[in-house]
Design a protein. Sequence first.
Length: 261
Amino acid sequence: MSLVTIDARHSVLGRTNALAKLAATLVISVTLLLSIDPVSAGVSLVLTLLVLPFARLDPRQLWLRLWPIVIAALIAGAATVLYGRPSGEIYLEWGVLRISDGSIALAAAIVLRVLAIAVPSIVLFATTDPTDLADSLAQLAKLPARFVLGALAGLRLVGLLIDDWRELALARRARGIADTGRLRRFLGQTFALFVLAIRRGTKLATAMEARAFGAPIERTWARPSRLHARDAALVAVAVGIAAASVTAAVWAGTWTFVFAL
């Protein structure tokens, strides 16, 4: 079962080579990791959102993928506001809690940076079929085929593990052992899923070995992975976003190199 919707697969970003999308994501992410400031992260996030329509992602599906990261970013921002290093004017001080200009600015930078890194990554995986990514990594990036195919097989099992968890919950409820003790039920079901995952992984490894996936020979590929002009254009757009974010931060005087902290 494909993890990518039909609209996303036939979008402009969906037709782009997976390796180019990975390179574009890394360019933006690495650039954002070089500084902790709200300007560069904010500019990068806004420019990334402007490119988002080319992915043709369903807003609901995008939100379902994004909301855990949004919650985590807000929690990190709240903790930074309360416990961050104080500087400038202090608005509230109570024990170890100090809210100041510096902690607020740092919290905003952290929240924006997390979102600016997360959105391109989510778009990458939401518009990329795992098989296409494996083909590009093995054929173009020249990663070991055995490692790539093993990772692809493991990723393909994620959907099955979700189905197994749902079936375990229904089976335990039908037997009347899932009505009380939520924590005990969760731990027992987790252990059962762990056992199922080991069994399924062992069978998959045996099947792949039987089909010579681990043979020390040069592999052939059913679907050749090639780079096109649109792939270079995507990487160029990512470089432009990264350059614009850095330029805006330097111009605003907020650029703070992480190793200078």
